[in-house]
Design a protein around this ligand. Structure first.
Ligand SMILES: Nc1ncnc2c1ncn2[C@@H]1O[C@H](COP(=O)(O)OP(=O)(O)OP(=O)(O)O)[C@@H](O)[C@H]1O
Ligand SMILES: [Mg+2]
Length: 325
């Protein structure tokens, strides 16, 4: 695979400053996104997936603030740019995001045309004809006909609305598109259609995707590499083969997540579950954050701060069990 990095994230930290205390939702994340790849991001609810997406756009939700790290696009740290520069040159232009539940946030009183046009014209000066041409082009790209422009959101199915918000994430031609749970709340047939659509788009436009979901079986379908997050940190980051191949994932958390994922065509006696719940991110556990729930925990897991290390080329894991020392 072409390994050109188009996005490099170093020690990224985003905290929410709440009355209960500081929520360390994204805690020193480092990873990169390569040209033309789909990077899957998985983990249980509350592990920081959406927060990471908003951080990459430099658009934290209040009371969140980015408190450390770098986000390099073409070698330039976008966290050092002014808000105006980010808005003009980076957000939606280089990196865009299809937000979790966005299809339910289309304004009910406006036609699709009006909503798409507004998004487009906020960013680019273009004539009416050019805007129309581009809207139709992107609607067609996501498999929708032109007459959809005249419709209101309530006249459309969930799958159609999801296609529209994907088109809106694409039409400024960004290089990285973050899709946050794009198939959740859709039936399985429409889910499969959206997944196939995203695969086609990736091929056609040579885009990179960050595909966020809590569903490991969907990641197996779409992602070239998988990043497993736990409690605001990366537990494991490897290729599709590392995670789903015969050897199986290395981190006990990924193993447990996998065992808890239902699979068709396989006889499973009983679906496993992970005991306990993800930790409170105001006062996360010491050492490895997964240690209170881990089935193979050792003494040092609660004691020693844990690095994310390469155990084989392109396969990083944060687990003391995986290091020979
Ligand atoms: N606006 C906010 N204010 C305070 N805390 C927040 C806010 N948004 C998220 N959090 C907290 O940050 C942590 C990470 O949340 P986030 O929404 O990023 O998780 P997620 O992995 O996207 O979960 P899900 O799978 O449910 O979408 C959680 O502990 C959450 O409670
Ligand atoms: Mg989320």
């Amino acid at each position: 695979m072409d390994k050109e990095r188009i996005l490099e994230v170093r020690d990224l930290e985003l905290h929410y400053f709440t009355r209960k205390g500081v929520v360390r939702a994204v805690d020193k994340l480092s990873f990169d996104v390569r040209r033309g790849e789909t990077l899957g991001v998985v983990g249980e609810s509350g592990c920081g997936k959406t927060t990471m997406g908003t951080a990459l756009l430099n658009m934290p939700t209040p009371p969140g603030r980015i408190v450390g790290g770098q986000i390099l696009v073409d070698g330039q740290d976008i966290l050092k740019l002014s808000e105006t520069e980010v808005r003009r040159r980076v957000r939606w232009e280089q990196i865009s995001m299809v937000f979790q539940g966005a299809m339910n946030c289309l304004t009910p009183v406006y036609t699709i045309e009006k909503q798409m046009k507004e998004t487009l014209q906020q960013h680019r000066e273009m004539s009416k004809e050019e805007a129309k041409r581009r809207m139709v082009q992107y609607l067609n790209l996501v498999g929708l006909p032109e007459h959809i422009l005249k419709r209101y959101p309530h006249e459309l199915s969930g799958g159609m609305k999801q296609r529209i918000v994907i088109a809106m994430g694409l039409f400024l031609e960004p290089r990285v598109v973050i899709c946050d749970e794009p198939t959740t709340a859709l039936d399985v047939v429409v889910q499969a259609q959206i997944i196939n659509l995203l695969k086609d788009l990736k091929e056609q436009l040579s885009l990179s995707f960050i595909f966020i979901t809590h569903d490991l079986s969907i990641e197996a379908e779409v992602s070239d590499r998988i990043m497993v997050m736990y409690a605001g940190r990366i537990a494991e980051l490897g290729t599709n083969e590392h995670i789903y191949g015969p050897q199986g994932p290395a981190h006990p958390y990924t193993q447990r997540l996998m065992a808890a994922t239902p699979r068709l065509h396989e006889e499973v006696e009983e679906l496993a579950f992970i005991p306990g719940t993800p930790p409170d991110l105001v006062e996360p556990p010491s050492g490895c954050r997964f240690h209170p729930r881990c089935h193979v925990v050792m003494d040092r897991c609660s004691r020693d701060e844990l690095p994310l290390r390469e155990i084989e080329p392109d396969h990083l894991v944060a687990c003391w069990r995986c290091f020979n020392e």
